[in-house]
Design a protein around this ligand. Structure first.
Ligand code: SF4
Length: 291
């Protein structure tokens, strides 16, 4: 193990996900072109680490003013925001916004019915000069209540995935979602936003991409991939993975959402392959000699 691998293993251990996402040194293969990192091995320790992440208690969440824990959702339901299409700026208006204007517009937006089930908008977070952009579908319950993307167990796993390729939340990567408000079903469970909701909200994400100008985009999950790549609803995630996609001119890698990986850890091997492809793409974009 190289010193770099040792540091990464320690870092991942501190994140509570163990040495799951370890980028191995490339093994030279004669006449095979650029070396490719091998996928990490999924073993018992891997599964145990995932289980420990998933078993962590949820953070204590703020309640509406005057609400008891039992009556929290009833309190939110009693005064839902009314939708108001006039609060959703036009695409051309959004295209002229800077970061503060864009964030203010999202905060004030009641352009679709997702405003009725949100506690607050989740704009995105991270380094606004980052060259890496990771995009999910939308905030879940925990994100909605904390106002930040990718928190909770899936966020912890994403942190481990980022660390494995040398990235760190709030340091050199930006995290965002296609929609900025939580989508919930009639029972209050998280659900994916509809294609119509994604299409309405997506102009905010498009402006985030234009302001950020990332070198590589990583689409996390089918909903994010279909929205970013403007694919038909019946397009499979499998058909988009494993080959470089493009959002306008920006190289885009499609992989699984970390919440899916928590439920299906066997898919981590494929996700690791995707991350390696994203890393190679980044390296080649910033240093063409790396090809
Ligand atoms: S999901 Fe997007 S379009 Fe809908 S209310 Fe929230 S910010 Fe506005």
């Amino acid at each position: 193990m190289t010193p770099e691998h040792g540091r990464r293993a320690v870092f991942l251990q501190e994140l509570g996900v163990g040495a799951i996402w370890v980028r191995r040194a490339a093994e030279p293969v004669a006449d095979s072109g650029p070396a490719v990192e091998a996928a990490s091995v999924i073993d018992v320790a891997d599964l145990a680490a995932l289980a420990s992440v998933a078993a962590r208690p949820e953070p204590v969440l703020p309640l509406p003013v005057g609400a008891s824990a039992e009556g929290a959702h009833a309190a939110w339901d009693e005064a839902p925001l009314a939708t108001d299409p006039a609060t959703l700026p036009s695409e051309s208006e959004i295209a002229l916004m800077d970061w503060p204007q864009l964030q203010a517009a999202v905060t004030a937006c009641r352009g679709c019915d997702l405003c009725r089930t949100r506690n607050q908008t989740v704009f995105g977070s991270g380094d606004r000069r980052a060259k890496w952009l990771f995009v999910g579908e939308g905030p879940g319950r925990t994100e909605d209540q904390q106002g930040a993307p990718f928190v909770g167990p899936a966020g912890k796993l994403l942190d481990g995935m980022l660390a494995a390729i040398g990235l760190q939340r709030d340091a050199n990567v930006y995290l965002a979602n296609v929609v900025k408000c939580r989508s919930a079903d009639a029972n209050g469970a998280d659900r994916a936003p509809s294609p119509q909701q994604s299409a309405l909200c997506k102009h905010y994400l498009e402006r985030q991409i234009a302001l950020l100008q990332p070198t590589v985009i990583v689409a996390l999950g089918k909903t994010a991939a279909l929205a970013l790549l403007e694919c038909a609803p019946d397009t499979s995630l499998a058909s988009l993975r494993g080959q470089l996609q493009y959002v306008n001119q920006t190289p885009t890698v499609v992989t699984y959402h970390p919440a899916y990986l928590l439920r299906n850890p066997i898919a981590k091997r494929e996700a690791w392959d995707d991350l390696c492809m994203a890393l190679r793409t980044y390296d080649q974009s910033t240093d063409p000699a790396a090809e």
